[in-house]
Design a protein around this ligand. Structure first.
Ligand SMILES: Cc1ncc(COP(=O)(O)O)c(C=O)c1O
Length: 274
């Protein structure tokens, strides 16, 4: 499921069309497979022709369309650390292996400990368990549905790994150049100690050559839900926090950036209140 697009899934048909275009143009099609199992869940539920396939078969079909895949194993391999690059073209794989040796290490471990690799192997099996996937998607939907009932503007239908709040609607008085998403993420932490992430103009906004600010298309705040960590009462705590945030929201102020690096500023920028 898509991390910057509201946690929404990619259909098999979409992947098929991308594979076709990439094939015609001679472009390598590399899947970001970090949430491939959650994505398979939505394909089975929503896309015609996949009702009777297992989640694992759906993922395998998607892998067949691509020339390779990268995976941050922290997501659907259900582990704390690690990841991999897989390629069908052996020549290309050999080139990558060569640079791997001078960066992460030999290809049999690639910077990971044996224990971590074993955990990835187990996680990749467990993640396709229908009970796991149902629990996972249900937990996210639970938070999303509750917030929606309370009148918190969110992206619907709720995605796989996270609920995305529309900060532009939540704080309509804060203009994009004062980062409504950042204001909401900070307020949530201040009020309830909940860490969320802005996915809006801090992340995707930029400046024209003449210095004009160009905002992102959406001002979102991501409530990503760690798997196998929280209970229903933790989720209720999150929604209760939003009840507090709804009160007096018109008084909340935006932010300005006091320091930003030349690129990927959302990771290390500094802010102050407007
Ligand atoms: C879609 C997607 N790809 C890749 C990554 C990068 O993962 P890592 O932090 O393991 O490099 C992330 C992390 O959030 C992600 O959401």
């Amino acid at each position: 499921t898509n991390n910057s697009g509201g946690g929404q899934p990619v259909s098999m048909e979409n992947a098929r069309q991308i594979a076709e275009i990439a094939g015609e143009k001679g472009i390598l099609f590399v899947l970001d497979a970090c949430r491939i199992a959650e994505n398979a869940y939505f394909i089975k539920q929503r896309e015609a022709g996949f009702e009777d396939k297992t989640y694992r078969e759906i993922a395998q079909e998607m892998f067949r369309l691509a020339d390779g895949a990268i995976m941050s194993a922290k997501k659907d391999a259900l582990v704390n650390m690690g990841g991999f690059l897989a390629l069908k073209d052996l020549d290309l794989a050999l080139q990558c292996r060569t640079s791997l040796i001078i960066t992460e290490g030999y290809s049999t471990y690639g910077g990971l400990s044996g224990r971590d690799m074993e955990a990835i192997a187990i996680g990749l099996r467990e993640v396709f368990d229908p009970h796991y996937l149902e629990y996972r998607i249900r937990s996210t939907t639970y938070v999303g549905d509750k917030l929606h009932e309370m009148g918190v503007p969110i992206i619907r239908p709720v995605g796989g790994h996270a609920v995305y709040i529309d900060a532009k609607s939540f704080y309509p008085h804060i203009p994009p150049e004062q980062f409504p998403g950042q204001a909401l993420a900070c307020k949530l932490y201040e009020v309830a100690g909940i860490r969320a992430c802005e996915i809006g103009s801090v992340m995707f906004g930029h400046y024209e050559e003449d210095g004009t600010f160009v905002p992102a298309a959406m001002e979102l705040v991501r409530l990503a839900i760690p798997r196998r960590v929280y209970t229903q009462s933790h989720m209720d705590y999150v929604t209760e926090a939003f009840r507090e945030l709804l009160d007096g929201r018109e008084k909340v102020k935006g932010f300005r950036i006091t320091y930003e690096p030349p690129f990927l500023r959302h990771f290390t920028a500094h802010f102050e209140h407007v």
